[in-house]
Design a protein around this ligand. Structure first.
Ligand SMILES: C[S@@+](CC[C@H](N)C(=O)[O-])C[C@H]1O[C@@H](n2cnc3c(N)ncnc32)[C@H](O)[C@@H]1O
Length: 210
């Protein structure tokens, strides 16, 4: 079992590195990664403690203004989506995941008091079913960044947070330099690095035109 888990973590890192370097390779990794996370869904919620969210929480304190429309990409069982919704009572939050079993778990774990403004949907972060500039905050916790789609759906002046629960030891992890250059080329700026224990976060803002 432990061996299988280790192989899964290695595969997730391999997929992340490959797709960040060459987004077109995503079509090769999409199905196996979805199957992997569908299998993990029933046990996912108990895996990460509250410290996993600490750097993301710090980044939320640094936002220029409270967000109103938030996307949590690769939401898994919805931890980051719930955190953002609790922190910003005015925000509408969509949590998106490729794996239907994760989305089902996220819905099951959603407290009644958040149900009116948090929803979970199955979608692919590489090709999102949302309009341009649809969100003023996009968050990723332990998730592969698809730079072009991140830039497309984030409103100019809006914010992006890319956080990793265990910094470089997170299986799905992208080095800070790679993140900055990919996001910078896609149209993000004003980067801030945050850390809390082993958790890290990069906060960026979508460039305004002109
Ligand atoms: C390591 S888990 C992180 C889950 C959650 N953010 C957390 O930290 O608990 C990565 C999640 O991203 C999802 N995922 C991977 N690639 C995706 C994609 N292209 N679009 C949407 N979700 C994706 C997986 O199904 C999985 O649930």
């Amino acid at each position: 079992m432990e061996l299988l888990e280790a192989a899964g973590r290695r595969f997730a890192r391999l997929a992340t590195n490959a797709v960040v370097a060459r987004p077109r390779l995503w079509k090769l990794f999409r199905r196996p990664l979805r199957a992997q996370f569908d299998r993990l869904a029933p046990s996912w919620h108990g895996r990460l403690g509250p410290e996993a969210l600490a750097a993301l929480a710090l980044a939320l304190e640094r936002l220029d203004r409270p967000p109103r429309s938030v996307l949590d990409l690769g939401t898994g069982t919805g931890k980051a989506a719930r955190l953002v919704a609790e922190r910003f009572p005015e925000a509408e939050v969509v949590g998106v995941d490729l794996a239907p079993a994760m989305v089902a778990e996220a819905g099951r774990l959603l407290p009644d008091e958040l149900a009116g403004r948090v929803r979970f949907e199955v979608a692919d972060a590489a090709e999102l079913p949302y309009g341009d500039a649809a969100f003023d905050l996009v968050v990723l916790l332990n998730m592969i960044p698809f730079f072009a789609e991140l830039a497309r759906v984030t409103e100019p002046g809006g914010a992006l947070v890319v956080s990793f629960a265990s910094g470089p030891d997170t299986p799905i992890w992208t080095p800070p330099g790679t993140l900055r250059s990919g996001l910078g080329a896609a149209g993000f700026q004003r980067f801030e690095d945050l850390a809390a224990g082993p958790a890290t976060a990069l906060l960026a803002r979508r460039r305004q035109p002109g």
